[in-house]
Design a protein around this ligand. Structure first.
Ligand code: AKB
Length: 315
């Protein structure tokens, strides 16, 4: 990777990935784009262009101007938001992806886009969900993610575009909050623990979902993009995870640092139904085998770091 275009660079993944890529490959070699501008180092400390990913020609013109050799396409609507506006989700998630894949094809660029545990559905085996298994999701986001995995495979097989992807679990970060996902509670809980020592979870007790700390997610993207292409059998997209956790596990991990913290429940039926349709835990063995996926943070290490960094940020 030498000249990298990132879409959705002000989002939850983009704001950290862009800075990590600039550290690794040089500031001028990472062109950040987003539909909006913001007071963020992503905008102020390196090349930045405003871009609506639904405008294919504009995306092509920016990629061509900087002669990019890698496209990292992150702009998308998350699961809960997609459920409240499925038509917009289809337009943004699918047409944005198609435009980005076309840019990669035209410029002969490497390509990454994230899939999600949302690509699984209620008929998928729930525990240690295999890499290759039933994928009949019941959400618009899930439909988009499965179609995205297939479309990325298609661009690889039909046009030889070097497409790669992972199925991310819920991502937890202290830098940028997620917007409109089902797993967002796992970020909110840390903010509320520090601010109010109390959190009301919209996801019910005992509901397990896979989660990962953002530094591990950023590392996974960079490692996968650097991996030897001849080793990649399951390109689009690899199961990756760091932990399978339910709300009470976050409560226990936080209480090790804030003993008076308490958690109660007020379940949101829409997001609970989405969570219930997703796996309890996924099997990341193919990612480990094919490109050496590994993690540094379990729930305890993550909670310690998250609380420390968030405390500094909120003060
Ligand atoms: C969401 O909850 O929509 C995302 C995801 C798991 O893809 N965090």
């Amino acid at each position: 990777m030498k000249k990298i275009l990132v879409t959705g660079s002000l989002g939850q993944i983009g704001s950290e990935l862009t800075m990590a890529l600039r550290n690794q490959y040089g500031t001028d070699n990472v062109i950040a784009t987003d539909i909006r501008e913001a007071d963020s180092p992503v905008v102020t400390e390196g090349p930045f262009e405003t871009l609506d990913v639904m405008q294919g020609k504009e995306m092509h013109d920016i990629a061509n101007k900087y002669q990019v050799d890698t496209v990292i396409h992150l702009a998308a609507l998350l699961s809960a938001k997609a459920e409240s506006n499925p038509q917009l989700a289809w337009n943004l998630n699918m047409n944005g992806l198609m435009n980005a894949l076309e840019v990669a094809r035209e410029l002969d660029a490497k390509f990454f886009t994230p899939s999600s545990i949302g690509a699984f559905g209620p008929t998928t085996p729930k525990d240690l969900t295999p890499q290759l298994t039933i994928q009949r999701p019941t959400t618009m986001y899930g439909v988009n993610k499965v179609a995205g995995e297939l479309l990325s495979d298609y661009y690889f097989q039909r046009f030889g575009v070097d497409t790669r992807g992972v199925r991310f679990p819920g991502l937890i970060s202290y830098v940028t909050e997620p917007g409109g996902g089902t797993t967002d509670y796992a970020v909110e809980v840390y903010y509320e623990a520090l601010k109010n020592k109390q959190y009301t979870s919209y996801i019910g007790q005992g509901t397990h979902m896979d989660m990962m700390y953002m530094p591990d997610a950023v590392k996974a993207i960079i490692d996968l993009m650097e991996a030897d292409p001849s080793k990649l059998i399951n390109r689009n997209a690899y199961n990756v995870t760091a932990m399978s956790a339910a709300p009470e596990h976050f409560e226990q991990a936080i209480q090790k640092h804030i003993p008076e913290f308490s958690l109660d429940y007020e379940v949101d039926p829409v997001r609970q139904q989405i969570a219930d349709s997703w796996p309890n835990s996924i099997d990341a063995s193919k990612a480990k085998e094919e490109w050496g996926f590994s993690i540094d943070y379990d729930i305890d290490r993550m909670s310690e770091d998250m609380l420390e960094k968030l405390k500094a940020k909120l003060n």
